[in-house]
Design a protein around this ligand. Structure first.
Ligand SMILES: [Zn+2]
Length: 240
């Protein structure tokens, strides 16, 4: 892939999902000038197998880890929505929060987890955050009549996102070469200390996974996405 987007906004369910799903792509793009923002939906306060860990302590640790990981990849801002881990619901409130960030940052593309999977299960928060992100792009973010108070009271404008990149897809159609950022991906993931079981094997694991994804596209190392072109106005009216 030759062209990089001007800006990208990721709607990501938990700490470390963004780096695991597209850390190589983010690292490659920010190096070439893409402005990247994360919207992190949950506080990750259940992601521990330590019986002595508490949710408030874990949430605090993971927020710090997420910020460090984003810094490694040159991410401009992490927006922490802090919904409870495993408690993400497809509500008007969450949709409004995601729409607000889309209108605030005006990204060219939005990235999120693919909520449509039929041959493997995925975490509920992944399904919900993916669905909410897709709905926020179309139709909520672009219409003056959705969440009008954001426009009247917060000085925001409707925004049309050009494309959506879904990670964790069963049917990827787009491969991004991450040869130059595969190690940055591993380094960003290594910031999630509370989630690390075998940190010494991380870099090799990331390289080997990216290599096998790359083989499908004739690239040395890659990440895979399902890409949805988003021209909501056109699609909407074309239906009639
Ligand atoms: Zn997750």
């Amino acid at each position: 892939m030759e062209n990089v987007p001007r800006s990208a906004l990721l709607v990501t369910p938990h700490q470390d999902d963004a780096e695991g799903g597209c850390g190589g792509t983010i690292g490659a793009w920010t190096k070439r000038g893409t402005e990247v923002v994360y919207v992190l939906c949950t506080n990750g306060d259940k992601g521990s197998s330590d019986p002595n860990m508490t949710s408030p302590r874990l949430a605090e640790m993971r927020e710090r880890e997420q910020q460090n990981a984003a810094n490694v990849l040159g991410v401009k801002e992490v927006v922490f929505l802090r919904h409870p881990d495993g408690g993400l619901e497809d509500t008007l409130e969450l949709r409004a929060q995601v729409v607000r960030e889309i209108r605030r940052h005006k990204p060219e593309i939005v990235m999120c987890t693919d909520p449509f999977r039929s041959t493997s299960h995925t975490h509920r928060d992944h399904r919900v955050s993916g669905m909410v992100a897709l709905d926020a792009v179309f139709t909520y973010a672009w219409s003056y009549l959705h969440f009008p108070k954001q426009i009247q009271n917060e000085g925001l404008e409707p925004h049309r996102v050009k494309e959506i990149y879904l990670w964790g897809s069963e049917a990827p159609d787009t491969y991004v070469d991450i040869s130059e950022s595969v190690d940055a991906k591993a380094q960003s993931l290594s910031q999630h200390v509370s989630q690390m079981r075998e940190p010494q094997k991380l870099q090799e694991r990331i390289r080997s996974r990216a290599k096998s994804v790359g083989e499908r596209a004739g690239l040395p190392y890659a990440e895979a996405f399902r890409r949805i072109h988003s021209n909501p106005g056109f699609l909407h009216w074309a239906e009639f």
